[in-house]
Design a protein around this ligand. Structure first.
Ligand code: ADP
Length: 262
């Protein structure tokens, strides 16, 4: 008697457990589905603005009688700017989709210094144009397990933001050092800073502190979510903090690996 009673109890426990598991899974799927819907809706919204601009500009050219060459050129240049914005959005969306797919290239030993040097070289013209002092320093022992493309993407996006959100005359300083068993990369600027209440959100897709400002500097609102996802998929950590004396510091940590091939 007691045996069968216990068996039933045990059985219903298991069923309850399975039910709870099922409910939790359904909940998670719903959240994922909701996030996906929101993402598609946000992305569409984001692309609608430049598309509307292109449509308006072409209509203006076509509907203005005896439009002069100079005005035409001006409008066409604006159309080009909107197209460039669309291109940036699509590129970032494709990057995120690839990250979401979970497909990963095999990790290799990446020396961070040379990757940083290349990213700085690419950003130098933008920094010069904005009169921002761009400096860097890297420990040759800073070697991590990832792909060069991933490390480039992380450093490039962080430095590009730092340049974009710092006023002319400011600086952006990137440092890569070894701290015990870790490689620590910091990107510091003395720019406009990020309000405390926004810091926990800036890695979310399409989140911006100041939408108008982001658009003005050509932002898509996706840069930091790409950085965050890339860091996490390689088991790294990323944090953001206010810089003492004004500005922002982003810190990325990865496990350090030895340069000697075993
Ligand atoms: P965006 O394309 O708008 O730059 P990101 O995902 O790269 O999008 O960054 C999200 C937001 O975080 C930006 O819109 C900006 O408000 C803020 N932000 C990022 N980096 C910095 C920085 N170095 N200084 C100040 N604000 C920043």
């Amino acid at each position: 008697g007691s045996y069968s009673h216990r068996a039933v109890m045990k059985g219903s426990d298991e069923i309850a457990q399975i039910a709870a598991e099922f409910n939790s899974l359904t909940g998670r799927l719903q959240t994922t589905e909701e996030a996906r819907r929101r993402f598609v809706s946000d992305a569409s919204h984001e692309m609608k603005t430049p598309l509307a601009g292109i449509k308006l500009l072409t209509d203006s050219i076509l509907q203005t009688e005896n439009i002069d060459l100079e005005t035409t050129r001006e409008f066409v240049a604006d159309i080009g700017d909107e197209a460039a914005r669309l291109e940036r959005i699509t590129e970032d969306l494709l990057r995120l989709t690839r990250l979401d797919s979970g497909a990963m290239e095999p990790a290799v030993k990446v020396a961070v210094g040379p990757v940083l040097e290349r990213a700085v070289r690419m950003l130098r013209p933008v920094a010069q144009e904005r009169n921002i002092d761009l400096s860097w320093q890297a420990d040759p022992a800073a070697i991590v397990l990832a792909t060069e493309g991933e490390i480039h993407q992380i450093l490039y996006n962080l430095m590009e933001n730092a340049v974009k959100y710092t006023a002319p005359g400011g600086f952006v300083h990137t440092e890569v050092c070894v701290d015990g068993g870790q490689v620590v990369m910091t990107v510091a600027d003395n720019g406009m800073g990020i309000p405390e209440e926004d810091m926990s959100h800036i890695f979310e897709r399409f989140y911006r502190v100041d939408k108008a400002r982001s658009r003005e500097v050509g932002g898509t609102g996706l840069g930091l979510s790409i950085v965050g996802d890339t860091v996490h998929r390689r088991d790294g950590q990323i944090t953001v903090a206010a810089r003492e004396g004004g500005g922002t510091v982003f810190t990325v940590r990865f496990k350090k690996v030895s340069g000697v091939t075993a």
